[in-house]
Design a protein around this ligand. Structure first.
Ligand SMILES: C[S@@+](CC[C@H](N)C(=O)[O-])C[C@H]1O[C@@H](n2cnc3c(N)ncnc32)[C@H](O)[C@@H]1O
Length: 256
């Protein structure tokens, strides 16, 4: 009888939000021990694939990378203008991703695999949900773990040298899309990720701590009263996009 194949290990690894130095020893060792990595690629010259490659070159040179083209998401207004419509689009997108990842695992039945996840896998990233779908489908066999990474929100706090909330107070983490709802609901200390656009009308007296492309050579920071610095933020955002070719930003808003 041939010996049973060892169960493959799959690890979702948080790799930090842009700086290859901001990765834990545990994460680096896991990358070095893996046989190949799966990374989602949004387009041919996806800058985040290059950033992940920089992490690999620094911590696990030679690790084989399987770039999986990210399935198209339905971004039409009809599909995304309501919260339930948006949720439905995301479920379809996760299903499509799960099918692609499963295929890679079935095509390469041997070896331990890592997913390199930007920042920390627990914040606005669906790799964990997609891995659960692959597992639930029952065709690919593996055991799996998650390794935390440094999230953009932590880098934002460190760069501005702030605590993200006042003593003993709450922090609400949300998206740009849901900021208005958070403020209307009474939140007075809000951390915003995925800021597709700025809509800070009525918040002129709030304080903002903003950061873009944190941990990269194109990092940009602005802080101050919203009414005073919003123009600076918009200019810095545009300048970062022009110089780096991409921009991701995160900010904390606190009521006066
Ligand atoms: C898809 S979410 C992923 C978040 C990631 N899992 C984390 O923990 O940072 C992407 C959002 O994270 C924020 N982000 C990620 N990396 C960033 C960076 N280097 N600088 C500023 N914001 C960043 C932005 O709000 C961006 O829209």
């Amino acid at each position: 009888m041939s010996p049973a194949r060892p169960v493959r290990r799959l690890t979702v690894v948080g790799i930090g939000a842009g700086d290859p130095d901001q990765i834990t020893v545990e994460a680096a060792e896991t990358l070095r021990a893996a046989d190949f990595a799966i990374v989602a690629q949004k387009r041919d010259d996806d800058p985040l694939v290059a950033a992940r490659q920089a992490v690999i070159d620094r911590h696990a040179p030679g690790l084989q990378v399987v770039a999986v083209p990210d399935p198209e998401r339905d971004r039409s207004a009809a599909a995304t203008s309501t919260t339930s419509g948006y949720a439905g689009v995301v479920v379809d997108w996760h299903d499509a991703r799960a099918a692609l990842y499963e295929q890679v695992l079935l095509d390469r039945p041997d070896g331990d695999v890592v997913f390199l996840v930007w920042g920390d896998p627990a914040f606005y990233d669906s790799t964990i949900r997609v891995v659960e779908k692959v597992l639930a489908a029952g065709r690919a066999d593996f055991v799996w773990d998650v390794i935390p990474g440094i999230s953009a929100l932590q880098v934002l706090a460190a760069r501005h040298r702030i605590v993200l909330h006042d003593v003993g107070q709450a922090l609400l983490v949300t998206t740009g899309r849901r900021l208005r709802e958070a403020v209307d609901g009474g939140a007075d200390n809000v951390l915003v990720m995925l800021s597709a656009r700025f809509d800070l009308d009525g918040l002129e007296d709030w304080h903002i701590w903003w950061g873009a492309n944190l941990g990269t050579a194109h990092e940009s920071l602005v802080a101050g009263r919203v009414g005073d610095v919003l123009g600076d933020v918009e200019r810095a955002r545009a300048a970062t996009k022009a110089s780096a070719g991409w921009v991701m930003d995160v900010y904390l808003l606190r009521a006066p």
